[in-house]
Design a protein around this ligand. Structure first.
Ligand code: HEC
Length: 217
């Protein structure tokens, strides 16, 4: 953090604390204070604007549940997942799988969307940040499950076989809007949030599901 930003955030902390005086503070007060401190400590830079601090209703509900330690109301959870599933755009030409080689490059790439990128940078999927995928890649995060042998384990030997359809559709929807099957997931929604294009998602799908992909050997 540069000095100026640090100094201004400390002033904001002091101002928020002073402004609240004594007395009992509710959880909502603390939420408000936290939001103010966070807002005061970020500056807009390049393509990274302050609107990134705004949480949508689903994120708010998940965050509340996380900080309070109370599980999400099952009705709210279901509503979030159903709404997410409705946002999924299916491939316009009905073809789900592209080229696994390009998929590997996209899964490897963490480029795009940061303040030091401009809006012409082609975004990557950043998948290795959270998943093991190809065994050859030794650097990967473990927040998400391993996707090694993803298609093979799920019995996808011929992606054109109607029997493979449910798993292909599930995987597409998961990558498009990850909340569709897990309301409070930590996984980004590559399609819904416009991180990846339809074509890029097809390539990633091939990486995970094409029997010829090194992932399924
Ligand atoms: C910030 C971490 C993160 C990133 C980045 C991420 N994922 Fe995930 N992913 C997760 C987590 C955590 C889960 C398991 C929980 C869940 O389902 O939400 C998951 C689950 C999945 C699943 C479901 C696995 C199953 O067995 O049902 C698939 C498929 C998947 N991710 C693919 C991808 C792909 C492809 C990318 C890149 C475009 C990606 N993920 C990027 C965190 C991430």
């Amino acid at each position: 953090m540069n000095k100026l930003i640090f100094a201004s955030s400390m002033i904001a902390v002091a101002a928020v604390l002073a402004g609240c005086g004594t007395g009992t503070r509710s959880a909502a007060d603390y939420d408000k204070m936290t939001a103010e401190v966070i807002k005061a400590s970020f500056v807009e830079r390049g393509i990274a604007k302050l609107d990134r601090l705004e949480q949508d209703e689903a994120r708010k509900a998940c965050w509340q549940s996380e900080v309070s330690g109370k599980p999400l109301d099952p009705k709210v959870e279901k509503a979030i997942e159903e709404a997410a599933l409705k946002t999924v755009k299916w491939p316009s030409d009905g073809k789900f799988l592209g080229d696994w080689k390009q998929g590997e490059t996209i899964a490897q790439s963490g480029r795009g969307l940061t303040w030091s990128d401009d809006d012409k940078v082609v975004n990557g999927g950043n998948c290795y940040n959270c998943h093991q995928i190809d065994k050859k890649e030794i650097s990967y995060g473990t927040l998400g499950p391993s996707l090694w042998n993803y298609g093979k384990i799920r019995g996808v030997t011929n992606p054109d076989d109607p029997a493979a359809k449910p798993i292909i559709e599930y995987t597409w929807a998961k990558i498009w809007n990850s909340r569709a099957f897990n309301a409070c997931t930590k996984m980004p929604s590559a399609g819904h949030k416009g991180i990846l294009t339809e074509q890029q998602i097809k390539h990633i799908m091939a990486l995970l599901l094409d029997p010829k992909s090194p992932v399924n050997q």
